[in-house]
Design a protein around this ligand. Structure first.
Ligand code: PLP
Length: 387
């Protein structure tokens, strides 16, 4: 560390140099990210609440009320009037909280010591972290022909140690939606916690359904669903870090609360202690600003861009792995290996990602990707296919 203080200008000149090395969403080259540039109103609210600590809500009573309002607003499009939960750092923390609650309840009510959780092969790796931290065995279920969880295999893999089943509404790699209705029947019959990971799809599926897109239901209107992860910092246009975990009622939070003696509240259920009030304020601000109408428009524009790109990719002779359900496209070149195609696209300065199962190029059509970027990308795919 420097001995003498540096000037503001020196510091910011240096920060500018580092920031210049970062990719910018506005360049339209980031095609493989589920995050995007936050809405301006969310950034403004975030900065206004930058010092507030929701880990000590007795000191930040106003911010706590904002968090409650944000949860209620999210609940309003997930079919629950009075959800309980928190605005957290992202999908990972939300998923860990859901599994921790399920494990503790199963431990208390069924005496399960060596718990297991059932997830699909396409579940996000946050469940590996959850299983490791919570000392649970992860049971991976194969996918069906539509790349969704095979519910017959879920049934077969349930045993006396199962503490939770996870369904996904918008898989990380392909954007597919599991049959939450079927999982709910299985979970209810066996008295097992059903958690839905809608980190990606949660801010688009309900709004696309309002626009009459034919997508399956995944929310609290389904009896067996006990908790839902939904990320404002993905399709919700809130800044990083903004995640959200909702539970059906208070008992799920109580099952994992610990005493917090030196704070203004008696107990705490979140993974992190000191935590941002800024995320809650930003999420509340952008949801209020856009309203349902704004999110319907946002989700539909993303899907229109997806269909535009998918059609062009097919026309050029590339193979789509699956018809997109949400704003994710996964494809391959008919003759090139995925790794080789990825390298050719990276050489042309496209920041794409690859899915692991099946191995393919993966593009997420987030808000920062505009039609002109897609036309440039399609031209590059055309050139690659001709060379
Ligand atoms: N769940 C799903 C379905 C995801 O796609 C992701 C991230 O891509 C996560 C959870 C983890 O979210 P985060 O990176 O915000 O922790």
């Amino acid at each position: 560390m420097n001995e003498k203080p540096k000037s503001h200008d020196d510091i910011f000149n240096q920060l500018d140099k580092f920031q210049a090395m970062d990719c910018k969403y506005s360049d339209g080259r980031i095609l493989g990210s589920m995050c995007t540039e936050a809405h301006p109103i969310a950034k403004e609210a975030f900065f206004k609440f930058i010092d507030s600590n929701l880990g000590d809500p007795g000191l930040f009573k106003g911010t706590k009320l904002i968090e409650n309002k944000a949860l209620k607003m999210i609940g309003s499009f997930l079919s629950i009037e009075n959800p309980v939960g928190h605005i957290v750092t992202g999908g990972t923390e939300a998923n860990i909280m859901a599994i921790r609650s399920a494990r503790n309840i199963a431990r208390g009510s069924k005496g399960i010591k060596n718990g297991e959780i059932i997830v699909s092969k396409s579940a996000h790796f946050s469940f590996k972290k959850a299983a490791d931290m919570l000392n649970l065995k992860l049971i991976h279920i194969a996918l069906d022909e539509n790349y969704s969880i095979n519910t017959d295999l879920v049934k077969e893999n349930i045993n006396d140690n199962t503490v939770a089943i996870v369904g996904i509404a918008g898989t990380t790699e392909l954007g597919m939606i599991d049959s939450i209705e079927n999982l709910s029947k299985i979970a209810t019959q066996n008295d097992i916690h059903l958690h839905v990971d809608a980190a990606f799809g949660g801010f688009s599926i309900p709004f696309l359904k309002e626009k009459d897109y034919d997508l399956p239901n995944f929310d609290f209107s389904i009896e067996g669903v006990k908790s839902i992860t939904i990320d404002p910092h993905k399709m919700g246009l809130s800044p990083i870090p903004s995640g959200c975990i909702l539970f059906r009622n208070q008992s799920f939070l109580d099952a994992m609360s610990v005493d917090s003696p030196y704070l203004t509240i008696k107990n705490q259920s979140t993974i992190v202690g000191t935590r941002l009030g800024a995320s809650a304020a930003a999420t509340y601000a952008v949801m209020s600003y856009l309203g349902r109408e704004g999110y319907r428009k946002h989700a539909e524009i993303a899907l229109e861009k997806t269909h535009f790109l998918a059609e062009n990719i097919k026309k050029l002779g590339y193979d789509l792995i699956v018809e997109p359900k949400l704003n994710i496209i996964v494809f391959n070149h008919p003759n090139l290996e995925t790794g080789e195609l990825a390298r050719l696209l990276e050489d042309r300065n496209w920041k794409i990602s690859c899915s692991s199962y099946p191995k393919a190029i993966r593009i997420i059509l987030m808000n920062h990707i505009k039609k002109e970027h897609l036309i440039e990308f399609i031209n590059d795919l055309d050139e690659i296919s001709r060379s």
